[in-house]
Design a protein around this ligand. Structure first.
Ligand code: BES
Ligand code: ZN
Ligand code: ZN
Length: 502
């Protein structure tokens, strides 16, 4: 991971391979920028005059003058700058610089003085956004690439120094960098878990990962295997797992950052380590992507680790329902009826709607904690891609105030969520003719994402509950600070939500 540090130093004096100069939208250089421009024989004013650069958000221009490399980086209009804009700009800059094969660069934070209006807190927050955006952008997953002796190893940007001017800023910036490092680390853990293929990340692997992580972080960890689940009557989760040779796991993590009696937030993650569709087999093209069907569980595990490493003063429980969905002689078939832990019976009309089956029992299990609120994260429906594309996750729940807060957290972090409705009519459409519920609605009902949530609702309890469908955002979420593939969507969203609401 990239190393980020800070230093009190005049950017003109700093020796670095390249200096990033964040600029607001401007016509002429003023202040520090003017000084630098004068020193570099007017390259900046020339770029502005020739309209090669204007400071629009995420615009970059790499300049070289008198032996110095400078990257002009647009931040847009001062009134429109937000932490998210800074994350995106910083990410854009470091990607450009890594492509240009720089290894160590510095960034001048002078522009933040104008934006922060002398408030060290805001200055620190913006510096933290630089660290976060840069750290997230430089994620690489090359665990499976052999080192080819004939091929030069890829050049990675290894270090960024944030240049600041005063001691007050220094304390704020130091804190923000340390926090950003923890956030980036957690998102990268989620991305790694998602990027590994299904023959590495099995339910057992997730359980081992959780145990190790819990030991490091003062979190209690319990893993229920098939036998324990049988005792609890988790027929719905076990039904999904029965077609696979990989044993299922229900992973439970308890973080106590507040008094034991304080009701926890319970986060539940879908952990299908590979989704073939089962007997209702998916088409072959693109099926490999279904290794990401455990993204909800990756987000859950990474969020718990992050909450613990930031020592947040709250209680949070994470529950992961892990199984592999395979077709085989022992697999469930369309028409089979499962009995869930709640006692409700479920007619399985499509074995590819397996996420809701494993979540049903995990949500019932969550009720043991008498939670303050429950959030479940799941790559539940392809339909969410039709509704929202890769740009936002769908949220559906039983408490408008909770959804509003999640929406705010989404705006703040850039991990947007958008509400879809859940009406009585939808709930009625989950009733089966011969069992209590059916796992898919009759043809023609539509509203695929809502129907997933409608199925979960009877298992979710009466306390505030929100279901987050991340099928469109866990993979292919397109931001300057993401890369192809796994995004780790949800970790930053949940952290912001928890910090703002507890
Ligand atoms: N894991 C899939 C959903 C999915 C689709 C995730 C695309 C990521 C990208 C889920 O288990 C599934 O197959 N859902 C079905 C539900 C249907 C049978 C009601 C779907 O979306 O087609
Ligand atoms: Zn499926
Ligand atoms: Zn699935």
């Amino acid at each position: 991971m990239i190393k980020i540090n800070q230093k009190i130093e005049q950017s003109l004096n700093h020796k670095t391979e390249c200096l990033i100069l964040p600029c607001l939208e401007i016509k002429k250089p003023t202040g520090l920028l003017k000084e630098i421009d004068d020193n570099l024989q007017g390259v900046i004013s020339a770029a502005l005059e020739n309209k090669r650069f204007s400071g629009k958000p995420n615009q970059t221009l790499l300049l070289n003058s008198t032996g110095s490399n400078i990257l002009l980086l647009g931040l847009g209009k001062v009134k429109e700058v937000t932490a998210e804009k800074i994350r995106q700009a910083a990410a854009t800059a470091v990607k450009v610089l890594e492509k240009s094969k720089f290894k160590s660069v510095a960034a001048d934070l002078g522009a933040f003085e104008t934006i922060g209006k002398g408030k060290s807190g805001l200055y620190g927050e913006l510096a933290g956004a630089v660290a976060e955006g840069a750290g997230l952008a430089l994620y690489h997953f090359d665990n499976y690439k052999s080192k080819d002796e004939n091929d030069d190893p890829p050049i990675r940007l290894e270090k960024i120094t944030l240049l600041i001017t005063t001691k007050t800023q220094q304390t704020a910036v130091e804190k923000s960098i340390a926090r950003a490092e923890k956030i980036v680390n957690a998102v990268h853990i989620a991305r790694d878990l998602i990027s590994h293929p299904g023959n590495t990340v099995t339910p057992t692997y997730l359980a081992e990962h959780a145990k190790k992580m819990a030991r490091k972080n003062k979190i209690n960890c319990k893993v229920l295997g098939k036998k324990e689940m049988e005792k609890l009557g988790m027929g719905s989760l076990l039904g999904v797992a029965q077609g696979s040779d990989e044993p299922p796991a229900l992973i439970v993590l308890e973080y106590n950052g507040a008094a034991k009696k304080k009701a926890p937030t319970v986060i539940v993650g879908k952990g299908i380590t590979f989704d073939t569709g089962g007997i209702s087999l998916k088409p072959g093209g693109g099926m490999d992507e279904m290794k990401m069907d455990m993204s909800g569980s990756a987000t859950t595990l990474a969020t718990l680790e992050l909450v613990a490493s930031l020592k947040l003063k709250m209680n949070v429980v994470g529950i992961v329902a892990a199984a592999e969905n395979m077709p085989s002689g022992s697999a469930i078939k369309p028409g089979d009826i499962l009995k869930s832990m709640s006692g409700k019976t479920i007619e399985v009309l499509n074995t590819d709607a397996e996420g809701r089956l494993v979540l049903a029992d995990a949500l019932t299990y969550a009720q043991r904690y008498k939670p303050k609120e429950v959030i479940d994260l799941a790559t539940l429906t392809g339909a969410v891609l039709h509704a929202l594309g890769h740009h936002a996750a769908a949220v559906i729940g039983n408490n408008p105030a909770m959804i509003k807060k999640l929406k705010d957290a989404g705006e703040a972090t850039g991990e947007r969520v958008w509400e879809l409705p859940l009406w009585e009519e939808h709930e009625k459409a989950t009733k089966s003719d011969i069992a209590d519920l059916k796992n898919i609605a009759s043809p023609g009902v539509g509203a695929g994402t809502t129907m997933g949530a409608a199925f979960l609702k009877p298992f979710a309890g009466d306390q505030p509950w929100t279901h987050i469908d991340i099928a469109g955002t866990a993979w292919g979420f397109d931001r300057p600070y993401t890369n192809k593939g796994a995004s780790g969507f949800g970790v930053r969203l949940l952290l912001n939500y928890l910090e703002k609401t507890r």
